[in-house]
Design a protein around this ligand. Sequence first.
Ligand SMILES: [Zn+2]
Length: 51
Amino acid sequence: MITCDCGFEAVGTEDDLVVIIQAHERDTHGLEISREEVLALASPVDPGGEG
Ligand SMILES: [Zn+2]
């Protein structure tokens, strides 16, 4: 899952996120970002973890 600074959230597979975020950044922020930059924004979901 990726949350943009503007609050936009994208959920999906790694490939999905790259496409979604690249389109969002271009359409909403006028930015062209690379796949690596997209993945750098991604937050891995922590398994389990109470509290
Ligand atoms: Zn955004």
